[in-house]
Design a protein around this ligand. Structure first.
Ligand SMILES: Nc1nc2c(c(=O)[nH]1)N[C@H]1C(S)=C(S)[C@@H](COP(=O)(O)O)O[C@H]1N2
Ligand SMILES: [Mo]
Length: 336
C-alpha cells in the first residue's frame, strides 16, 4: 500500500491550528461587519485580488542582512521553529489578515530610511534612524517562545537589545507610568490599512502599551533580527517589540513611535473587543478566552508529526520566574 506523507509545503494552516480556533478572531471581525463573507473564503481569487491591489508584478524578495550578535546559550534547549515557518506563518494585519498574506504582500516594504522617535515624559527624547537601530546597542540573540492568543506557538531566535536599555537612554521622568507604541501608518505601503477586507477592519495605526515596570523588565526585547539576519518585513522590520510572557498581539511590529505617558494607553485588540483581549494579556492557561481554551497550544515545529504537536500552555509562557513578581498584588482573572 502506498502511504502518502504530506510534504512540509503541503501543510496548511489548518493542519497546525484547528480551524475552530484560527477562524475565531476573523469570525469576530466578520460579526462586527468588518470582513465580508468573501474574506473568509481562503482561495485563489481572494489572494489574486490582494496581490492586484498591491502590484501587478510578482513582488521582489526583500533583502535581509547578516548581523553581529552574541549567540543565546539556549540553556532551556528549546527546539527552534524552522525559519521557513517563522517567516511565512504571520500575523501582520497591515499586510492581510490571513497567515500567508504578510509574507506575500510585504516584500516591497521600505525600511530604510526609517525614523523611530522616543518621546513623552522623559528628559532626553531622541529620534533614531535606520542605522542607529542596529549600531546603538550591542546585539544579543534571545531564543524565546512566542504564544499567540489563537493558541499556536513558535520558538524564535530573535536578535535585538533590551527595551530597558533604550528607555534608560531617554531618562524617563517620574510621570512616566506607561509606554505607548505605534506602528507605521502608511496605507500606500500597507494595503490592509486602506482595504478593510484585507486588513480585517482593525483601526490603524496598530498601537500597543506596557506598564513602565513591565517595559523595564530585561526580557522585553526590541528586536531587529531573527535567524542571524535583519528582520524580514512580515516579522516587523526594521524594529519590533517582543514581550515573551504575553500573548503575541502585544509584540507590535514596525514601530515608529515610543511614548512615555501618564495614563494606561489604548491598545488595538483591547479597543476592538475589551472582553476578549485585555491590556495585560499575560499568557495564562487558567484564564480561557471567552470563545476557546488557553490551556494548551499547538507548537509549530519542523513538520511531520511534530507540526501537530499539542503541548500544555505555561503560566507567563514559562517566564514566571522573571516576571510573576510584577503582578503579585493583582487579580490576574480581572486584569487579563
Ligand atoms: N503592527 C502589528 N503588529 C503585530 C500584529 C499586527 O497585526 N500588526 N500582530 C501581532 C500578533 S497577533 C502576533 S501573534 C505577532 C506575530 O509575530 P510574527 O508574525 O513575527 O510571528 O505579531 C503581533 N504584532
Ligand atoms: Mo497573535
Amino acid at each position: 500500500m502506498l502511504i502518502k506523507t504530506p510534504k512540509l509545503s503541503d501543510l496548511k494552516e489548518s493542519d497546525v491550528t484547528p480551524e475552530s480556533v484560527y477562524m475565531n478572531r476573523r469570525d469576530l471581525l466578520k460579526g462586527m461587519g468588518f470582513l465580508g463573507a468573501g474574506a473568509l473564503l481562503a482561495g485563489a481569487s481572494n489572494k489574486a485580488n490582494a496581490l492586484d491591489w498591491f502590484s501587478k508584478d510578482e513582488p521582489t524578495k526583500f533583502k535581509t542582512t547578516p548581523l553581529n550578535y552574541t549567540p543565546d546559550a539556549n540553556t532551556d534547549n528549546l527546539i527552534l521553529t524552522p525559519e521557513s515557518k517563522v517567516t511565512t506563518h504571520n500575523n501582520f494585519y497591515e499586510f492581510g489578515a490571513q497567515k500567508h498574506q504578510p509574507a506575500e504582500l510585504s516584500q516591497n516594504f521600505k525600511v530604510n530610511p526609517w525614523q523611530l522617535t522616543i518621546s513623552g515624559e522623559c528628559d532626553n527624547p531622541i529620534t533614531l534612524d535606520y542605522d542607529d537601530l542596529t549600531t546603538m546597542f550591542a546585539l544579543e540573540e534571545r531564543i524565546y517562545r512566542l504564544r499567540c492568543v489563537e493558541a499556536w506557538s513558535m520558538v524564535v531566535p530573535w536578535i535585538g537589545f533590551s527595551l530597558a536599555d533604550l528607555l534608560k537612554r531617554v531618562a524617563p521622568n517620574s510621570s512616566a507610568k506607561y509606554v505607548f507604541f505605534e506602528t507605521l501608518h502608511d496605507p500606500q505601503q500597507m494595503p490592509g490599512q486602506e482595504n478593510r477586507r484585507l486588513g480585517g477592519g482593525i483601526a490603524y495605526p496598530y498601537v500597543e502599551g506596557l506598564r513602565i515596570d513591565e517595559a523595564m523588565n530585561p526580557l522585553a526585547l526590541m528586536s531587529v533580527g531573527l535567524y542571524g539576519k535583519t528582520l524580514p518585513p512580515q516579522n516587523g522590520a526594521p524594529i519590533r517589540l517582543v514581550v515573551p510572557w504575553k500573548y503575541g498581539f502585544k509584540s507590535i511590529k514596525s514601530i515608529v513611535s515610543i511614548k512615555l505617558v501618564r495614563e494606561q494607553p489604548q491598545t488595538t485588540w483591547h479597543k476592538l473587543a475589551p472582553s476578549e483581549y485585555g491590556f495585560y494579556a499575560n499568557v495564562n492557561p487558567k484564564h480561557d478566552h471567552p470563545r476557546w481554551s488557553q490551556a494548551s497550544e499547538r507548537r509549530i515545529t519542523s513538520g511531520g508529526l511534530f507540526a501537530r504537536n499539542r503541548i500544555e500552555t505555561l503560566a507567563f509562557n514559562g517566564y514566571g520566574e522573571q516576571v510573576a513578581h510584577l503582578y503579585k498584588a493583582m487579580d490576574l482573572r480581572k486584569y487579563y
